[in-house]
Design a protein around this ligand. Structure first.
Ligand SMILES: [Zn+2]
Length: 72
């Protein structure tokens, strides 16, 4: 189940960014996602979350590990 926002991590510059899951679903049909910082296409889904605030506040590693297990 997708959250409202999906978090991505760029494998090239290691920065993370968050996009609306709905928008990604639309755009992903036609093109690949690219990192907004370095324009790399080596982007991985980090986790999906229901709010950006939750995403920002969660202390990263515990949450991320749990979600990665579900995704992979
Ligand atoms: Zn990047």
């Amino acid at each position: 189940m997708l959250g409202m926002y999906t978090s991505y991590k760029c494998k090239t510059c290691k920065l993370e960014f968050v996009l609306l899951s709905e928008d990604v679903a639309k755009m992903a049909k036609d093109r690949f996602l690219a990192c907004p910082y370095c324009n790399s296409k080596r982007v991985t889904i980090d986790k999906a979350t229901d709010s950006v605030r939750e995403c920002m506040q969660e202390s990263s590693y515990r949450r991320r590990n749990g979600v990665i297990k579900q995704i992979r």
